[in-house]
Design a protein around this ligand. Structure first.
Ligand code: COA
Length: 222
């Protein structure tokens, strides 16, 4: 196991909610996957996005918090994202072709979470991103309502920090001012509101919503 993966396992198991964690393909930010026992839920998997979970993903998406939308923030995919099979195949292709790292959290065949880091390929190619400068890639996380407040989202964000460090990118996100629980969650995990002067935002994307940037990823030095 590489040192970042080892740190991830220790970090995750320290929470007390996670036991028997195994990491597979740990050197690839696109193909890495994890299995573990998560208290009260049972065995969970964090898997690269796959359209094979289409039916279950649709149920997850339809029951989602209205504050969250699959791809409203991606510049490369249509803003009109639905959950039809073709869209999900397109999303999966972006993972297979190493553009984005996207994952599903699954238990007993049911999707209970979604997480991603978008456009890693563009950041690696040195293209201008919303931060207008270095290595910041946008992340997204959504967990089924019934698993909020269990620490599952915390496991997801620790996993994304591990994936980001493996990919060699930093993290940022944009959320709605109204989404107070998400803002509290991100601040607790080391994000800070960005100074708007630091950010390059194309005119059609300027919506006056707050942007957060991860100040220090503890996985980078591992
Ligand atoms: C944002 C979101 C991911 C946060 O999820 P969450 O359930 O609040 O986060 P966690 O699972 O880490 O739970 C945190 C709470 O559970 C409690 N908890 C219980 N067991 C825990 C454990 N083992 N580890 C961590 N926290 C635990 C903590 O006390 C914590 O409460 P606190 O914030 O008062 O400290 C979730 O609200 C969500 O999916 N929202 C809808 C989608 C969305 O808006 N995404 C953001 C778009 S940018």
């Amino acid at each position: 196991m590489n040192s970042k993966a080892k740190f991830f396992k220790e970090f995750a198991e320290k929470s007390g909610a996670v036991t028997n964690l195994l990491i597979h393909n740990e050197d690839s930010p696109y193909e890495v996957w994890v299995e573990c026992d998560f208290q009260d839920i049972g065995r969970i998997l964090i898997l690269p996005f796959s359209h094979r979970y289409f039916e279950s993903f649709r149920q997850f998406y339809d029951g989602r918090d209205p504050e969250w939308d699959l791809s409203a923030k991606s510049r490369s995919l249509s803003d009109q994202h639905g959950t039809d099979i073709d869209t999900l195949i397109d999303v999966e292709k972006r993972v297979v072709s190493h553009q984005d790292a996207r994952f599903l959290i699954v238990t007993q065949g049911h999707v209970i979470g979604y997480l991603d880091i978008e456009e890693i390929d563009l950041i690696k190619a040195g293209q201008k991103n919303y931060f207008g400068e270095d290595k910041h890639a946008m992340l997204d996380i959504a967990i089924s309502d019934r698993f909020h407040g269990t620490g599952l989202a915390s496991l997801a964000i620790i996993f994304l920090k591990f994936v980001a460090a493996t990919a060699g990118v930093s993290l940022y996100l944009v959320t709605s001012k109204k989404n107070e629980s998400a803002i509290r969650f991100y601040i607790k995990h080391g994000f800070q509101e960005a100074d708007p002067r630091e950010i390059f935002i194309p005119e059609d994307k300027q919506k006056g919503e707050p942007w957060y940037v991860l100040k220090r990823n503890e996985f980078e030095k591992k």
